[in-house]
Design a protein around this ligand. Sequence first.
Ligand code: ZN
Length: 365
Amino acid sequence: MNNCFILLAAGKGKRFNSKEKKQFIYYRNKPLFMHSVEKAKKSKLFKKILLVTNNQIKIPNVDVIRGGKERSDSSFKGLKYLLNKKIKNVFIHDAARPNFSINLLKKLKKNLKNNKAVVPYINTNNSTKYKYKNKIINLKRERVYLTQTPQCFDFKTLYNLAKNSKNSVTDESSLFLKNNKKIKFIKGEEENIKITKKIDLYKNEIKTFYGIGFDIHKLVKNKNLYLAGVKIPFHSGLEGHSDGDVILHCIIDALLGALRKKDIGSLYPSNKSKFKNIRSPKMLRPLINNLKNNNYYINNLDINLICERPKVSKYRDKIINSLSKLMNINKNIINLKGKTVEKLGLIGKENAIACEAIISISKYE
Ligand code: ZN
């Protein structure tokens, strides 16, 4: 398995028009480039994953080096770094394409057995013209190849071509074409779009689901109060089979609702002793993994915490930080509101705390 995956993430993203670098912008709950890193890891095809970037960054089991001025400089830097590392095949990919499939990686690898270069392409649905010597001519669109990445190559062949290349090229297959070397073209993927402009971030959306949650627990003396996994100093804690974390229970129910999977009681029956005194973050974790494994991502989460005290404003940041960590999502998609009940009833007399939440999740393939 002497394959290496080079991920190019050193570009300036001139067309993206944002203060933040495009490759690091959040896209479906993680930085854009991480989609490619995770897929490369998950495919188990690679001995080495190399990230070429000008941002300081550390990722487990990923080598990181600095990029060059142009894409082709970064690509050559990556190839040079791999010299003497016994790499046979190299895959080169642009971080701006987060939506390729692992299946595509496998197809590329399979085709490389009898070729030195394998490149995915798609056709266009647009009528196509070409400007040639001040004249516009018609092209047959089925003969127009729009090439994508990942592209894969025999390492030595590509290295030698890149070493002797004087001009910068926009992808590695161009090097092969310039030198009249054969390329095996295979069908690429329509979904494997390149994120170039802001609007591209919202393409390929599939389906969005909403879930609502509600929970209430009695306050009792001599118990710690946990809200969203945070221990809060208070005169009482929430009674319950578990730690009584009313916010997390509410979110679990909201998530189950969005996933159309019944409710928290079905998932964690209170008559089962193995769930006794279970900490609520532990109850949430399998659901977060389930979302990830099934290609869901969270769009936003809105919470009403209903209590006389503790004051929500005092703990808002802590609670949101904790939720962001537990749910693996960005803080800016979480909102927490505090509601009092004008000292009325059980909640007003500080004998109970209630919570309601609504969550939105989307699924992509
Ligand atoms: Zn509960």
